[in-house]
Ligand binder design. Structure first.
Ligand code: SF4
Ligand code: SF4
Length: 346
């Protein structure tokens, strides 16, 4: 529900108010790469970036690397210490595609399995969305039924209407954030008209589309077609960038490191694109590259729809923008033979 607006010149004040009560995370450039990081209480240049971050907000719940526990040897065995995550955080600037992606990953870490490390961060988080009013050419969120200016998965949604951001609130947590601030103004009839205009224009700026209708059935019927997958995977170099940056990919690896009787267990991102993936517990069942590429495509467009009734691709376009060999998942989906999976009734 649209209730308030905030002037762009007051955003620093608004975030500052929130930052007194909890950790505010914003889009930030860290070591030259744009991801999400703690706000420095000053810089709001991210408001001019318009588009989604290179590293998605999944990193706030499933960090690139995190300590699961630290341990120290004593005379009876080991002292173990598990980190706690009790602090509240507000993640500001979550794009609608990434908000949907978070909800998809929730199924893995918080619905089908209770992952302490993920849940302890996720449950203490409020998400503040930011409409995409100027998307990349490679964004195709509308093909995943996502509106670049709307989301049911955030607590608040901000939309740029010029000098102000109009704010929609969706949850009690979102309302509580608004109640903390004295910098907000009431929306006018003109603001409501303007936001409708901005939303329609934003949707029309998403030019890239892909028809995902029946993709799951088509992929199912092609699953054992080795020639097809060898052709599709030919130029992939298995660098894993697409999976690391994908907001719905969640594979991880666990390693213990110990020096002089003390150390830590770490969890870090892993990728099904790697030949060495899952080698530690046994062997990678996908030794050949084509099997790994098939896994990635089918994971998004066949297995997730089969198990949860939803595509696990939100159309953020990161894998397309970052692939060093211009491998484009939309070309694969668009190029699926029309009759595959339909004639056979699979
Ligand atoms: S980013 Fe491109 S080259 Fe690297 S694993 Fe993904 S598809 Fe292959
Ligand atoms: S598969 Fe590519 S476009 Fe789809 S959600 Fe992952 S990174 Fe984004």
């Amino acid at each position: 529900m649209i209730t308030k607006k905030v002037s762009k010149k007051d955003i620093r004040k608004l975030l500052g108010t929130w930052n007194q009560e909890c950790n505010v995370i914003v889009p930030s450039r860290v070591d030259g790469v744009v991801g999400m990081a703690a706000w420095d209480n000053q810089d709001i240049s991210f408001l001019d970036w318009y588009r989604n971050t290179v590293i998605p907000p999944k990193s706030c719940f499933l960090p690139k690397s995190e300590v699961m526990m630290s341990f120290k040897k004593n005379e009876n065995g080991y002292n173990l210490e598990v980190p706690t995550n009790e602090h509240w955080q507000v993640i500001f600037g979550v794009r609608p595609c990434d908000a949907r992606a978070n909800a998809i990953i929730d199924h893995v870490f918080a619905v089908t399995y209770d992952d302490y490390y993920y849940i302890s961060k996720r449950r203490n988080t409020l998400l503040v969305g930011l409409s995409c009013t100027n998307p990349y050419d490679s964004c195709f969120c509308t093909s995943s039924n996502i509106d670049p200016t709307e989301s049911e998965y955030v607590d608040l949604m901000f939309t740029d209407i010029g000098d102000d951001f109009v704010i929609e609130d969706f949850t009690g947590g979102g309302k509580a954030l608004l109640n903390m601030s004295n910098t907000l103004k009431k929306v006018t009839k003109a603001d409501i008209d303007k936001i409708k205009e901005v939303k329609a224009a934003s949707v029309s700026k998403i030019k890239k589309t892909v028809d995902t209708e029946n993709a799951d059935r088509k992929l199912g019927s092609l699953f054992n077609d080795t020639d097809y997958w060898e052709r599709i995977s030919a130029k992939c170099i298995s660098c894993g960038i697409c999976t690391f940056l994908c907001p719905t990919c969640f594979c991880f690896d666990i390693n213990d490191e110990m020096i002089r009787k003390q150390g830590a267990r770490y969890r870090g991102w892993d990728s099904c694109s790697f030949r060495s993936y899952t080698r530690m517990p046994m062997e990678n069942p996908r030794e050949e590259k084509w099997r790994r590429v098939r896994q990635r495509v089918c994971h998004k467009f066949e297995f997730f729809p089969m198990n949860l009734g939803i595509n696990a691709c939100v159309g953020c376009g990161r894998c397309i923008r970052s692939c060093p060999v211009n491998w484009d998942i939309t070309q694969v989906i668009a190029g699926l033979p029309a009759e595959a999976g339909i004639k056979s009734g699979k």
